[in-house]
Ligand binder design. Sequence first.
Ligand code: GLA
Length: 387
Amino acid sequence: MNLDELKQGFQEIYGQEADAIYFAPGRVNLIGEHTDYNGGYVFPCALNFGTYLLVSRRKDPRDTRFITYNFQPSLILNDRLFTRKMLLTSWMKYPAGVMKEFRDAGHDPWGFNTLFYGNVPYGAGLSSSASVEMVMAIMLNDQLGAGLSPQDLALACQRAENDYVGMKSGIMDQFVSAMGQKDHAILLDCKTLDFERVPLEMEGYSLVIANTNKRRELAGSKYNERRAECEEAARQINEARPLQALCDLTPDEFERYAGLVTNETKRRRARHAVTENARVKEAVAALKAGDSRRFGQLMNESHRSLKEDYEVTGVELDTLAEEAQKLPGVLGSRMTGAGFGGCTVSLVETAAIPSFTGTLGETYKQRVGLTAEFYVAAIGDGASRVE
Ligand code: GLA
């Protein structure tokens, strides 16, 4: 749907024009997976697809009406329902959690007619949820004159997801949705929130996203389990080598202390976090030095580590990434996002994209029995008011 269709839809539903339109993007992470909540680096970029939000003031200042073109049914949310979380569909918890953050900060987040429309594939590991949270947050920030900075909005959205939705996610998705920049990736230090926008100059190469179209099951609980495993490993190492989070360690230091982690599975989880963090730093240095080939190799190594040590891939992601790595014109390929289904991202010679998608799509269909979808990633800006 384009903006004119959305405006017309809003008019038909509410009998009034939208006062304002906002947009927040989804993201693709190039390298640095499951490092954010381990105090490490990530290297994501904002996509030019995400979630739109059209809004107007309601006559009744105590209700907010939610309608989305992506899911049914629509809902009127008021203060009472707000605290009865189990009545909300899972989608609704994201904007409701953000409203709660504003309410807890002393604002009055009620009294809006809303219409959401997302053109980022939902539940595919491209941060549709962060885009819903962030578009709600910039809307409330603007409409209520709350004056929060983009970083503060990212933190509020992360709290909404951690506390209200119950997914103990790190800061990566919300941060890049707020702070992304066209044709740049963000090198973010998740411990300090210091960041650098790095131009994505890879002459003759493109980023291709491949969607496994596998439904993600239990992703939330397995994600929280991984996080707890890392925290336990960090606690055990901390007894001999004080640290705030696993990514304080270099890979060499980790090997020195790895024996302190008594459980073999947790040791592998920790090894992934530490080596992945080192890979992000090396990958960004390679990119800056114009060495896309090395960047691609590190993407491949990242995937292997996510498969073997972190165990968040599965046959669908492995088939897409590993078969992609063998194709001509491909510098690297890996899963992106939390895993357990979702998408891969590959660095592909632009001229080779048609044969890449054709061959990979066929192999995937034969091996897995599902149809993959491909998108050439266009790197866009962070969240903003559109009109
Ligand atoms: C999800 C979370 C992020 C991050 C990634 C894995 O997208 O929301 O915080 O942990 O998984 O890198």
